[in-house]
Design a protein around this ligand. Structure first.
Ligand code: ADP
Ligand code: DP6
Ligand code: CO
Length: 346
C-alpha cells in the first residue's frame, strides 16, 4: 500500500497562444508558444494520488466529482509514467500492478479559460512521477495530457518549442527567464464568468485547424517573429513591447476563433469592454501600462507592473462596481510548483 502523494501546480497564461495541433495523439502543436507561470498563492491545482491493491479500477475525482477514467489523455499519462517506472525499476512489479486513485481540486474555475488543464495535468503528472519515483522530463508527459500543461512545469517565463520531429522528442518547454528576472511583473485575473466553456480548447482548435484560413497565415507569418520579439522584450524587461505583442496575439487568436466554421465565440461583451478600457487607459497615460490577454474563455488576464496595480484595480472597480472576482498574481518561482506534501496513508 502506498503513501498518498500530494502536489500543487500553477496555471500559466500564454502571451503567444498555442492554438492548433499537427498531431492530435501526441499533442504536438503547430506553433511555438510563450507564457508566464503564475504563483500558486491564489490559483492552483492540488492533486493527491495513491496506488493500492484494493482499488478495483483506476479512479479519478475532479473537484469532488467521480469522473470517468476512460479519458484517453489520462490513460496516456499514466501508461507513460508506468512504462518509465518499469524501465527504471523505480518501484516493484507488484506496486505497478495496483490501480491508482487520483483526487484533484482546482481552487479556481475549471474549464473556463483560466488554464485549468495546464495546472491540472502538470499537477497530475508531477504527482504520479513522485508516486512511481521516476526520474524523467515530466514536461513532455504533461504535454500528453494537455499541451499547455508542459509550460506549467517551469516557473517564470516559458517557451514551448513546437519542434519538428514526428515523435515529439523536440516538442519541449524551456524557461526563457525565471521569476526573479522581472520581479515587478503582475497578472490581474478578472473572472468574467466562472462557467464551463461551451467548446473545449481541444475541440475548438481542431475545428480551427480544419476550417480557418487565418490560422495558416498566423502559424507561418505572425508567430515566428512575435515569439522572437517577445522573448527579447522579456530579456530586456521592455514592458511596452511585451504588452503590445501580448495584446496583438490575443486579438489574432480570437480572430481565428471567429474565422473558424462554425465560429468559436469565447469573448463576451464584458471581455470586449475590458479591451476597450485597457486601450483607453494606455492612451490617457501616453504609455502602454497594461496588456490584456484572453484564453479560450471570457475571462481577462491583465499583465501589468506592480507600481500600477492599485491604479488599475481602482479603475476596474469603478467600471465594474459589483465585481469581486479578481486575483492579483506574481510570477511563479521555478521551485514553487515542486512543493509537495507527503503523507502517510491512513
Ligand atoms: P481550461 O481553459 O480551463 O484549460 P480546457 O478546455 O483546456 O479548459 O480543459 C478543461 C479540462 O481539463 C477539464 O474538463 C478536465 O478534463 C481537465 N482538467 C482540468 N482541471 C484538471 C485537474 N485538476 N486534474 C485533471 N484534469 C483537469
Ligand atoms: C487558448 O492546452 O487547453 O489556452 O492541448 O487540447 O489540452 P489541449 O489544449 P489546451 O489549449 C490551450 C489554448 C490556449 C492558449 C495557450 O494556453 O497557449
Ligand atoms: Co486548457
Amino acid at each position: 500500500m502506498s503513501d498518498i502523494v500530494t502536489v500543487i501546480a500553477p496555471v500559466n497564461i500564454a502571451v503567444i497562444k498555442y492554438w492548433g495541433k499537427r498531431d492530435e495523439k501526441l499533442i504536438l502543436p503547430l506553433n511555438d508558444s510563450v507564457s508566464a507561470t503564475l504563483d500558486t498563492s491564489v490559483m492552483c491545482a492540488k492533486t493527491s494520488v495513491c496506488a493500492r491493491p484494493d482499488i478495483l479500477e483506476n479512479e479519478i475525482w475532479l473537484n469532488g466529482v467521480h469522473s470517468s477514467f476512460c479519458n484517453q489523455r489520462l490513460q496516456n499519462c499514466l501508461t507513460e509514467i508506468k512504462a518509465i517506472a518499469r524501465n527504471q525499476k523505480s518501484v516493484t512489479d507488484e506496486f505497478l500492478s495496483w490501480n491508482v486513485r487520483i483526487c484533484s481540486v482546482n481552487n479556481f474555475p475549471t474549464a473556463a479559460g483560466l488554464a485549468s488543464s495546464a495546472a491540472g495535468y502538470a499537477c497530475l503528472v508531477a504527482a504520479l512521477a513522485k508516486l512511481y519515483k521516476i526520474q524523467s522530463d515530466i514536461s513532455k508527459i504533461a504535454r500528453m495530457g494537455s499541451g499547455s500543461a508542459c509550460r506549467s512545469v517551469y516557473g517564470g517565463f516559458v517557451r514551448w518549442h513546437a519542434g519538428v520531429n514526428p515523435d515529439g522528442s523536440d516538442s519541449i518547454a524551456s524557461q526563457v527567464a525565471d521569476s526573479s528576472h522581472w520581479k515587478e511583473m503582475r497578472v490581474l485575473i478578472l473572472v468574467v464568468a466562472d462557467t464551463k466553456k461551451h467548446i473545449s480548447s481541444s475541440k475548438g482548435m481542431t475545428c480551427s485547424v480544419e476550417t480557418s484560413e487565418l490560422l495558416k497565415y498566423r502559424v507561418e507569418h505572425s508567430v515566428p517573429k512575435r515569439v522572437k520579439d517577445i522573448c527579447e522584450a522579456i530579456k530586456d524587461r521592455n514592458f511596452s513591447n511585451f504588452a503590445e505583442i501580448t495584446m496583438k496575439d490575443s486579438n489574432q487568436f480570437h480572430a481565428i476563433c471567429l474565422d473558424t466554421y462554425p465560429p468559436c465565440v469565447y469573448m463576451t461583451d464584458v471581455s470586449h469592454k475590458i479591451v476597450e478600457i485597457v486601450h483607453k487607459y494606455n492612451e490617457i497615460n501616453g504609455d502602454v501600462k497594461v496588456a490584456y490577454t484572453f484564453d479560450a474563455g471570457p475571462n481577462a488576464c491583465l499583465y501589468l507592473l506592480e507600481k500600477d496595480i492599485s491604479d488599475v484595480l481602482s479603475l476596474i472597480r469603478h467600471m465594474f462596481p459589483t465585481s469581486s472576482n479578481e486575483f492579483v498574481k506574481g510570477l511563479d518561482a521555478p521551485e514553487t510548483n515542486k512543493t509537495d506534501v507527503l503523507k502517510d496513508f491512513p
